[in-house]
Design a protein around this ligand. Structure first.
Ligand SMILES: *Cc1c(COP(=O)(O)O)cnc(C)c1O
Length: 335
């Protein structure tokens, strides 16, 4: 897979480390659990969108864009990383944020990612839940064109074939790191939302003939729907890389048992998983994505899904900044 033919802006702190979660492994008495620190990719507290934006923003630059637009939920990590990326490029950004959770807490609305968006300097437009955000973004882009701007639009989560290349690369990075550590990872597990991470990852794992199983823990959609959408994007990504046909439907595995009450609503198990990692490993997860995915991993280990000598790699996709928008979920001082 020759990814180097796609322009890329090297703003990420890459490669990110892989570490053994020794205390968690001992606590759960299951397989070895490793963590890939994609929460440390740089750009305004980091996260998985940095890898995608390296390719997307290179395209924006090639098109001479002077303003980048994207969409997301109020506490979108993708939106915040896009704004930071644009700041560093010296171009404007414009966010269309959907109040998808209907949480009205003052910190949810003003702190966390919202605070960082404001610090980097951007324009934010708020929309009610269930707005068709793609149409809203196209309308805004057209208005900006009329004013003489050259807008570049990025879909939700940066999840199109070009953005997914960031995770094709991450798959190759993990394979190299496993080789250097002499660790053969049996499974990779991560939070899956807008499909770009999982689609890129599976394309990279298959393109390198890795034999590693990939499981996406859904943060929102039912299993069947997310599997279908990941498959579509993975096949488009493989086509972009001129490797058509390498991704088949049986390669796409999603578990949607840990969604709870829906997107952006942490379940009691999410909160427990965040506290457990903070207390046992000194690592901060997030309430929307990595906390849910870790709750899923912990439950699957307890159910005996893995062998004791398996090496499981959890991708920490970031989002820690969101904790400051969700502090009300952690306010029980008795714990
Ligand atoms: C966006 C995001 C994800 C999900 O990645 P997708 O590519 O949208 O599936 C996971 N974790 C965090 C912290 C995110 O911001």
């Amino acid at each position: 897979m020759n990814i180097a033919r796609f322009p890329r802006l090297r703003y990420g702190h890459l490669p990110t480390p892989i570490e053994l979660l020794n205390n968690l492994t001992n606590y759960l008495k299951g397989p070895n659990i490793w963590i890939k620190r994609d929460d440390c990719t740089g750009l305004s507290t980091g996260g998985n969108k940095t890898r995608k934006l390296e390719f997307l923003m290179a395209e924006a630059q090639a098109q001479n864009a002077d303003i980048v637009l994207t969409v997301g939920a109020t506490q979108s990590n993708h939106a915040r990383q896009t704004v930071a990326f644009a700041a560093r490029m010296g171009i404007k950004s414009y966010l269309l944020l959907e109040n998808r959770t209907n949480i009205n807490d003052i910190n949810y609305r003003n702190n966390g990612n919202i605070l960082l968006n404001q610090l980097h300097g951007t324009t934010i437009e708020e929309y009610p839940a269930y707005t068709n955000m793609n149409i809203a973004m196209e309308n805004t882009a057209n208005q900006l064109r009329k004013k003489g701007y050259k807008p570049y639009t990025i879909p939700v989560g940066g999840s199109n074939p070009l953005g997914a290349l960031g995770y094709v690369n991450a798959a190759a990075e993990i394979i190299t790191q496993g080789n250097d550590l002499s660790i053969s990872f049996s499974h990779i597990i991560h939070a899956s939302g807008s499909t770009g991470t999982q689609a890129g990852m599976i394309t990279g794992l298959l393109g390198n003939n890795s034999g590693i199983n990939l499981l996406g823990i859904s943060v929102n959609s039912p299993k069947e729907i997310l599997e279908k959408n990941v498959l579509l994007l993975a096949q488009e990504t493989a086509d972009l890389l001129k490797c058509p046909g390498i991704v088949k439907d049986n390669h796409i595995k999603v578990n949607s048992d840990y969604v709870g009450d829906g997107y952006g609503i942490p379940s009691p198990e999410t909160i427990q998983a965040i506290k457990l990692l903070a207390e046992k490993e000194g690592i901060l997860l997030d309430p929307v994505y990595s906390g849910k995915a870790m709750a899923g991993l912990i439950d699957l280990v307890r159910k005996g899904v893995f062998n004791k000598d398996d090496n499981i790699l959890f991708i920490h996709t970031g989002g820690t900044t969101g904790l400051f928008g969700y502090n009300s979920y952690f306010n029980d001082k008795s714990q």
